[in-house]
Design a binder for this molecule. Structure first.
Ligand SMILES: C[S@@+](CC[C@H](N)C(=O)[O-])C[C@H]1O[C@@H](n2cnc3c(N)ncnc32)[C@H](O)[C@@H]1O
Length: 215
């Protein structure tokens, strides 16, 4: 997968333009209401969404692609970008919230689990998680070879998992689900093209562990 993203960022630059996703604005509102001050963005790309959070919060972005990191450090100098995998914890101290846009659906089941576990490991107890991912209502759902239940190679050498509402809730089992939603994201390329995807969103809270009384 790194080769795919390296090739795209090196060749196309800011692939989805410079505007943040509307979901970043919705997440920001929720984070603001909850008194969040630190945010982690796993799979941060070239900083399209981190830049929107960085106006209000201390932001950390984890990204695997070096060409994306080069663009990100220039576009969003306020965010601390970490070169590495979002499938493993990278931070030394927990944040108040995680925002993860369209990264979860890129993985097969085992690595989806690792992404969520790494995110949970890096957010404080009672902290928030806001994730977006492809929906099974998207027209690409069911296209191409099915690699795992709900995961399709919908373009040559490119696969994604398409989430049902129940499937997304199951991934976040063990957290407190605050909200789910669905919307159509319209992406604008710098070349003037547009592309639409139907996404699902989920807002969850990491459980607060209560110490058992000792007798
Ligand atoms: C669909 S893009 C979304 C980018 C970004 N979230 C945004 O909103 O613009 C997926 C991103 O995840 C990154 N990525 C893929 N696998 C990763 C991994 N294991 N660790 C960190 N980043 C990864 C890719 O390099 C790419 O930047």
């Amino acid at each position: 997968m790194p080769d795919y993203w390296n090739h795209r960022f090196a060749g196309e630059g800011m692939i989805w333009g410079s505007e943040p996703s509307p979901s970043a604005e919705w997440a920001k509102e929720k984070f603001r209401e909850a008194g969040v001050s630190t945010v982690l963005v796993p799979g941060a790309g070239y900083g399209r969404n981190t830049k929107s959070f960085a106006t209000e919060f201390t932001v950390y972005g984890i990204e695997l692609s070096e060409p994306a990191l080069e663009l990100a450090r220039e576009w969003d100098p306020a965010t601390a970008f970490i070169a590495g995998s979002a499938l493993e914890p990278q931070l030394t101290a927990p944040v108040d919230a995680v925002y993860c846009y369209d990264v979860l659906h890129l993985f097969l089941a085992e690595d989806r689990r690792r992404l969520i576990d790494a995110s949970l490991a890096q957010v404080r107890q009672g902290g928030l998680l806001y994730f977006t991912s492809f929906s099974d209502e998207d027209p690409n759902y069911g296209c191409g070879t099915e690699l795992e239940p709900g995961t399709y190679e919908y373009k040559q050498d490119k696969y994604a998992h398409f989430f049902s509402e129940a499937g997304l809730l199951a991934e976040f089992a063990g957290t407190e689900i605050l909200e789910t939603g669905t919307y159509t994201e319209t992406l604008h390329s710098p070349q003037g093209g547009t592309h639409e995807y139907i996404l699902r969103t989920i807002l969850a809270r990491k459980q607060v562990e209560t110490a058992l009384p000792s007798f």
